[in-house]
Design a protein around this ligand. Sequence first.
Ligand code: KG4
Ligand code: ZN
Length: 338
Amino acid sequence: MILGIESSCDDTSASVFENDFMLSNCIAGQEIHRQYGGVVPELASRAHQKNIVPVTEAALGKAGIKKEQLSAIAYTRGPGLIGSLLVGSSFAKGLALALNIPLLEVNHMQAHVMAHFIRSDASQKQPAFPFLCLTVSGGHTQIVLVSDYLKMEVLGETLDDAAGEAFDKAAKIMGLPYPGGPLVDKLAKEGNPLSFVFPHPKAPGLNFSFSGLKTSFLYFVNNELKKDNDFIQKNKANLSASIQKTIIDILIAKLRQASRQTGIKEIALAGGVSANSGLRHRLLQEGLQAGWNVYIPELQFCTDNAAMIALTGYYKMKKGQFSTQEVSSTARYPLNNR
Ligand code: KG4
Ligand code: ZN
């Protein structure tokens, strides 16, 4: 029985696994950031402190076990907001010490990829090794070559903003609340993706760049506002559909390039942005055309959750990769290290 703890950003989550099978996955989000237009690190840490014990109690209760039945605790060591990570790691360390059970440190980005191997009542199709995983979240955008459980190599990543940030920043420019990604997704359904054309920022190899896209979106909108004060109001759906199409085009182009370079046709999607309906649809379409086997996790395993942390902990435990009380949280944590 493994308890997973996730607290890297603004979701406090706890999950209980019996080997690789999920018994529970409880998540407490943080509404407080909405009014500030983004995650406020100090407030996130405080909310984690408030939520972590009740969320863990809920996860244990839902799994129908007592904490004394746990055999190990897996927690997110990084990357993420340091204050948020410290709450989860201190809690995991304290509980492990009290129960006299081992700790497992988990890389959050590795866990996003490992989410594909979660077994639960709703069964999901699992990719075969080797596969390529496009991990797209609010903090990261990576193409990862996965050759075995826990064995991963980053082939390309963003040099500046993440894909989720591109969604959120475009949303903010349109006056939408944080996080804007899901709202852009919703508005895009009513709009024409060919209404406005935005340039694709250049990035070498399999890397990405999204900061230029945000700037050109901002300049374009500001320019139009000079001509018509109500431009955003009148064009929200078309702007959303167009920026969403541009972001998806950039992601898919690099994924095609990665598949060509490696000859791999097992293609997986991970991270919060994989909740985007346009991206999911496009990837499935591309898969049909290019002969890819496409794997998209259940929505609850795309955004931040402790189930992916507990599952990664399970595979680390099988390999005897235990952590110690001396290990400290780290805001930056390259995937290739672990
Ligand atoms: O993986 P995640 O939950 O947290 C991080 O580790 O960053 O990803 C959150 C990001 C946010 O930028 C959010 O706007 C984006 O995922 N997101 C979406 C959608 N749902 C979440 N972006 C576009 N469309 C969505 N439906
Ligand atoms: Zn994440």
